[in-house]
Write a protein that binds this ligand. Structure first.
Ligand SMILES: [Ca+2]
Length: 337
């Protein structure tokens, strides 16, 4: 009964957000399509059709659903972009390529092989089905942002600050969609003459796990979520905005094995990949898993400031429509070698 009640509540929210799914579903069809749902964290799976998932994120107090949408998850024909190989690392500099005062600070990540996804409960805790199966992936060298893209960095390129928690230059920019992030990257590359891009999901998880320095932590850099993450359990306390939950200054929790901050928590981080129902059939070369044509939803990683610790595990993942903006969504950059 509880699940049914939850679904009824979510269905109401769906009606305002059904535009995301109009290509696939009509409004009247939603109830019969989803039926009873089983929910875990921010995602719910239809009991009658496991390919259907309902995604929910919460408002600033964590009490009200927002950014709710329905998705049909299917493994469609895929095309993967081969990562660049054989290129030596750029010289070590703040931006990975030399002096540049206002370039995003990047960290070099030596490539390697690792087990992506939920390997076992010892390493990854209580996993969701969409974090499986574990699979071996080899990634090439790359640079990744030491921090999430900040409001100041966004404003220098875009001339505005869309953030819900605006006025905090060193907080991560949020309320940016996947499409917005791509536009930022296009303008940044034109300005800098470089090749920044979103991480592939495989690169993101490899970096979050500490790359070839990984100690197999449950969260990115620790087995204690509060060491490394701004999440639901600590963003209400000692806040300059009183008891209101919000993002926090980047780099104020412990770094992981590679010196990266906030891979768990603060803002969810868009990656390049399309949503798939599981990792079955995922590429093993570190490239992005994208559909042809592109799927309706993009993967986001790491959990965020209003989400519980299970969602912020290194293995945690979710997905949203590429036009979806919310106070939980940000990103970090990769610099193409
Ligand atoms: Ca994050």
């Amino acid at each position: 009964m509880k699940k049914r009640f939850l679904f009824t509540v979510l269905l109401l929210a769906l009606l305002s957000d059904i535009a995301h799914a109009q290509d696939t579903f009509s409004i009247v069809a939603v109830d019969t399509l989803m039926g009873e749902v089983g929910c875990a964290g921010a995602s719910c799976i239809s009991a009658t059709n496991p390919s259907l998932r309902l995604f929910v994120s919460y408002d600033s107090l964590g009490d009200k659903q927002m950014d709710t949408h329905i998705a049909q998850v299917k493994n469609t024909k895929t095309a993967t972009a081969k990562p660049t190989t054989g290129t030596p690392p750029l010289s070590q500099g703040r931006d990975g390529g030399g002096a540049c005062d206002d370039c995003p600070e990047m960290v070099f990540v030596a490539g390697g092989r690792y087990t992506m996804g939920c390997k076992n409960s010892r390493r990854d805790g209580e996993c969701y089905d969409w974090e499986k199966p574990p699979h071996e992936v080899t990634v090439q060298d790359f640079y990744i942002g030491k921090y999430e893209v900040t409001q100041a960095e966004w404003r220098r390129v875009m001339g505005n600050d869309p953030s819900w928690n605006s006025g905090c230059d060193q907080c991560p920019v949020e309320r940016v969609s996947w499409d917005d992030a791509q536009e930022f990257i296009r303008k940044l590359n034109a300005r800098m003459g470089k090749k920044y891009r979103l991480p592939t999901e495989a690169e993101w998880e490899y970096a979050a796990r500490g790359g070839n320095k990984s100690r197999d932590y449950l969260y990115s850099g620790s087995n204690s979520v509060a060491d490394v993450a701004w999440y639901d359990g600590n963003t209400r306390i000692g806040n300059t905005n009183g008891s209101r939950k919000t993002t926090r200054t980047v780099g104020t929790r412990m770094a992981n094995e590679l010196g990266l901050h906030d891979m768990s928590g603060n803002v969810w981080e868009w990656v390049e990949d399309d949503l798939h129902n599981s990792f079955a059939g995922a590429p093993t070369d570190g490239s992005a898993w994208v559909d042809v044509p592109r799927g309706a939803f993009r993967v986001s990683r790491g959990g965020g400031w209003a989400y519980p610790e299970r969602i912020c595990r290194t293995a945690g993942r979710d997905a949203y429509a590429p036009a979806n903006r919310g106070p939980h969504f940000g990103f970090r950059l990769v610099l193409q070698l």
